[in-house]
Design a protein around this ligand. Structure first.
Ligand SMILES: [Zn+2]
Length: 499
């Protein structure tokens, strides 16, 4: 069997924000055989496709794959260059392949396109003219009708924090093989739910997503059900397709699929009030952490969630921790200017810096800090945790500044704190610290080897605030939960489509 692989992967935060350029993708942009070199032996989507091809003795055609850290709107010319290369390469190889596996996030938005991924899927389908197209997506995908209609199957991660990326790629591979070998005919039931929720509320080990995923797994055991994907959606995207959705990919009659999709969606819809969360004010959170009898305590800087597209230079927690002389604290701040000053000054020197708060005026002002430069690093590491294991990663140039009892890690690049190797690479072992500030909602949990004694979700200011009412949404598909919760009269049955 001959299968081609590729993708463009980005989670786009559409609120006022630095745009995402081609340069932002360049750190993880590969074509042809370089895709295999970079992703083989990593627990990623391309890594899963490559491993499965080897296991099955298939021939794989790597086309083009690019990924960037979540951030602002993707510049149109960047998307056009990347999609142009991907589509050209697919055109070239299509006569000789049996199908295509596309890895994408599912929440990308460009300057001119609300649904660039739906566009890509439709274009690839045209080129393939009848050959199957199977797509993997992130749990935070905002799935569009166009994406479902033009692909044979969409397979989303079942976990958040994401620890099954590789396994879902393997599922995708098995399904495309089945379509090709058994010539099965596939249908999809799609239910886009009129509901958005903050990332913190949709972890898959808590209600209501846990029950929904468990139910999906139960029904996936049925022979005629090929896959059930529940996408939690990415709330910080002010476009029409934003929201949770359920897709059931099946063979045979649609009655059963309708019943299943309805049961799963009902479970979430009927408990939707639990999706609204409120977090602890900064002063109380810091006092709670300092008064804890057990360590380490994690202070989650929810609103400066780098994995959700924020700059990672939020300072409000740093300011309070310094005021309170919170010894035994580790905090990471992305601040290129401060890193460069530390590199100029050198290891072992004292320095005064205005740290963080430089990208915008939404994440606090710079904080004046004097400290000692303990370590300088190139910031590179390989993931050793459960998220994208084995993948080459980098914080960019990194400086460890010690100010009193507080360790401030200054990084050139905003880096989601999702892997234990990140801090271990600069000699910090969280098990030996008292307080760790993480810039994330939930995904940071794969970044710790130990369970924290206490987790405090802090009500910090920023672009990923869990308070969805603090955003000026204009372009969602109204009525939508939670904004219209008091006046919504929705029959979920009306929203189900068989495609
Ligand atoms: Zn995600």
């Amino acid at each position: 069997m001959k299968l081609a692989i590729g993708g463009i992967y980005h989670e786009t935060h559409t609120f006022p924000h630095k745009k995402t350029s081609l340069d932002d993708f360049k750190r993880e942009m590969y074509a042809g055989e370089d895709i295999i070199k970079f992703y083989q032996n990593t627990k990623t989507s391309p890594g899963g496709f490559i491993d499965e091809a080897l296991r099955n003795g298939d021939i794989i055609y790597p086309t083009f794959y690019a990924a960037a850290t979540p951030s602002g709107m993707v510049l149109q010319d960047a998307f056009e260059k990347m999609s142009g290369e991907l589509l050209d390469r697919i055109k070239e190889i299509t006569p000789g392949i049996d199908g295509f596996l596309l890895a994408q996030h599912g929440a990308m938005v460009t300057e001119d396109m609300e649904d660039p991924e739906g566009y890509l899927i439709a274009e690839i389908k045209k080129i393939l003219s009848g050959k199957p197209l199977v797509v993997t997506t992130d749990f935070h995908a905002n799935i569009s009708r166009k994406m479902v209609l033009n692909s044979d199957c969409i397979i989303g991660y079942d976990t958040y924090p994401h620890i099954d990326i590789y396994e879902r790629a393997i599922d995708a591979y098995a399904i495309i093989r089945k379509i090709i070998k058994e010539k099965i005919s596939i249908k999809k039931a799609f239910l886009p739910a009129p509901l958005i929720a903050a990332p913190q509320a949709i972890g898959t080990s808590i209600s209501p997503m846990k029950e929904a995923i468990d139910l999906a797994h139960k029904y996936e055991e049925k022979q005629e059900i090929l896959n059930i994907t529940i996408a939690g959606g990415f709330a910080y995207s002010d476009i029409k397709r934003t929201g949770m959705s359920v897709i059931v990919t099946f063979m045979g009659g649609s009655e059963d699929a309708r019943h299943i999709i309805r049961e799963i969606a009902d479970g979430i819809w009927n408990t939707r009030d639990s999706l609204e969360v409120s977090n602890t004010p900064i002063d109380i959170a810091v006092d709670d952490a300092l008064n804890s009898r057990q360590y380490p305590v994690v202070l989650a800087d929810v609103a400066d969630n780098i994995g959700g597209g924020t700059p990672g230079d939020g300072t409000e927690l740093l300011r309070r921790l310094i005021e309170k002389k919170a010894d035994g604290t580790v905090i990471v701040i992305s601040d290129k200017t401060s890193v460069s000053k530390c590199f100029k000054r050198g290891i072992g020197e004292d320095i005064e810096l205005d740290i963080g708060g430089k990208t915008d005026d939404l994440h606090g002002k710079p904080v004046g800090v004097s400290g000692y430069i303990k370590l300088l690093s190139d910031g590179s590491f390989h993931n050793i945790g459960k998220n994208m294991t084995g993948l080459e990663n980098s914080m960019g140039k990194t400086a460890l500044l010690v100010s009193g009892g507080i360790k401030i890690v200054l990084t050139e690049r905003p880096t989601p704190p999702n892997d234990p190797a990140m801090l271990l690479s600069i000699g910090i072992d969280i098990a030996k610290e008292k307080i760790l500030v993480v810039k994330g909602a939930i995904a940071w949990k794969t970044g710790l080897k130990i369970s924290p004694a206490k987790i405090i979700y802090v009500d910090t200011p920023g672009l990923c605030s869990a308070d969805l009412y603090s955003f000026d949404f204009k372009n969602l598909r109204y009525p939508i939960y939670p904004f219209n919760k008091d006046s919504m009269k929705i029959d979920l049955n009306d929203l189900i489509e068989i495609l």
